[in-house]
Design a protein around this ligand. Structure first.
Ligand code: ATP
Ligand code: MG
Length: 472
């Protein structure tokens, strides 16, 4: 691990980063006034020496700001509300505290001592992978329970006894209702992506789970966008929590460039396809599962190594796809918001919103898959004329001033910003027709074409594609 610590947030309001906090963010002026002062080093925290040795071996030598701010309080047993930008090390901020405070204790069968709740299966696996080396060093048993995988295996693991359980709410609820997991020995509970865990989709289940955990236990809530969504849960389940917000602006990742590309609707697929054909990796977000599947099929037919990730896929497929992306077996991951929160992929320098996100928080989390831990990266949002107003509003809510460029597929500006290239010619389809390469593209078309001709061609192709979609 050779990550650089993210620059402290309070002094990084650069040209592209206005200082207004995103709407609804927890106010922060007194954020660090309460609780213990930040730790200057990991040594100062009194962590077990074997743990510090392991951290050093893995390149974790200096605490990142959110770790320095929250670890003293979390290790002292206080409830903590931790907010820091994407990719700033929140996993170890709660993970080290949880492991250090659990080490030396033994869980009874089915009764974990610490619980981490996360919104997606991929994130559960990732948190588990991140904590596993430290857990092993401390002789802490760790298990992950998520939907889509064998519940019997998870039940068997719980029966042997695990100290730390990492779970998605749905599967944990199933295990609890089967009496395969009993939460009355849980002493530390973490909600990662806490604001999402408190939204309407999750809150009832999360509350039911928290109701079964002893009320005097410790709770740690973390997110890059810890907003008023969490208020009700904080009031009901936390005791005098220490708010630790090390970033004034939720989206203040200074190593991240933000681009809005204004495009014609008819040219959207062609533009997105050329971006996908770039040499490096790219994560592309679309709104719907059907949209993700359709676009992925189109990219593959265009000779681009792409795979789809969304909640409609089986869990083994989802895991396989993510692993393929991390191992460079595919260049392009096309995903719904299921990949927006928490997921860490090394050396990912471009995220593209093919469909603009629904709100500022979605934008920050999607974009936060790049430019992590001090690395640099770009977030590109494709915007058609009728989406401009909404995207402008979203950007100002996110506190972001993007660079706005009008582009068309095939233009040098698109290549300069994204590394876009002409896609390799795709295979012939079984019908013998050339595969659909997206609106506005055709294999073998000469590079030189006047704007007027290109517009007329693209409009005609868009009409043809619409006719195909309507089954005419
Ligand atoms: N103190 C540290 N020194 C070096 N690397 C670190 C340190 N802390 C964390 N990292 C690395 O930083 C990267 C990002 O960390 P992490 O995934 O915890 O970010 P995050 O704040 O949870 O982001 P998100 O909001 O997107 O969930 C990981 O690769 C992690 O291993
Ligand atoms: Mg995280």
């Amino acid at each position: 691990m050779n990550a650089k610590p993210p620059a402290p947030g309070l002094s990084d309001a650069g040209e592209h980063q206005p200082t207004t906090a995103a709407e609804g963010d927890v106010p922060t002026p007194q954020a660090l006034a309460k609780g213990l002062p930040p730790a200057a080093s990991f040594d100062a925290l009194g962590l077990p020496p074997v743990l510090v040795n392991k951290m050093t071996g893995l390149g974790v030598t200096e605490p990142f700001p959110i770790q320095a701010a929250t670890l003293p309080n979390a290790l002292a047993g206080h409830d903590v509300l931790g907010r820091a930008r994407t990719g700033s090390g929140k996993t170890l901020a709660f993970g080290l505290a949880l492991l250090a405070r659990t080490a030396g204790r033994r869980a009874e069968s089915k009764r974990p001592l610490a619980l981490v709740l996360v919104p997606t299966r991929e994130l559960a696996q990732q948190v588990s992978d991140a904590l596993e080396p430290y857990a092993q060093t401390l002789n802490v048993r760790l298990a992950t329970v998520v939907g889509g995988l064998s519940i019997n295996r998870q039940q068997a693991l719980l029966r042997t006894g695990v100290e730390v359980l990492i779970a998605t709410p749905g599967r944990l609820t199933d295990l609890v209702s089967r009496r395969d997991c009993i939460l009355n020995h849980v002493r530390i509970t973490v909600l990662d992506e806490a604001d999402q865990m408190c939204d309407l989709g999750f809150l009832p289940q999360v509350s039911e789970l928290l109701d079964q955990i002893p009320a005097d236990g410790q709770r740690l809530l973390f997110s890059a966008t810890l907003d008023h969504n969490i208020d009700q849960l904080v009031r009901t389940y936390l005791h005098d929590p220490v708010p630790a917000s090390v970033d004034r602006v939720a989206g203040s990742v200074t190593t991240m460039e933000h681009h809005v590309l204004n495009i014609h609707a008819a040219d959207k697929y062609a533009t997105a396809t050329e971006i996908a054909a770039r040499d490096g990796r790219v994560l592309m977000f679309l709104d719907t599962k059907a949209g993700v599947d359709q676009f992925t099929r189109h990219l593959r037919a265009s000779g681009i190594r792409a795979s789809a990730l969304h909640s409609g896929k089986s869990q083994p497929q989802r895991m396989h796809t993510l692993a393929q992306f991390k191992n460079d077996e595919i260049n392009v991951l096309v995903a719904t918001n299921v990949a927006a929160r928490g997921i860490h992929i090394d050396a990912l320098d471009l995220v593209v919103n093919v469909d603009p996100p629904a709100d500022a928080k979605d934008y920050l989390h999607r974009g936060g898959r790049t430019a992590r831990a001090g690395e640099s990266g770009s977030v590109v949002t494709l915007v058609t004329p009728n989406q401009r107003r909404d995207v402008n509003r979203l950007m100002s809510e996110a506190g972001i001033r993007p660079t706005v460029t009008q582009v068309r597929s095939g233009e040098a500006a698109l290549t300069a910003i994204t590394g876009a290239k002409r896609p390799p010619a795709g295979p012939k389809t079984s019908t013998g027709n050339a595969p659909f390469r997206g609106m506005g593209t055709r294999p073998g078309r000469p590079a030189k074409e006047s704007r007027k001709t290109a517009d007329a061609r693209k409009a005609a192709e868009a009409r043809a594609a619409a006719r195909v979609r309507k089954g005419r």
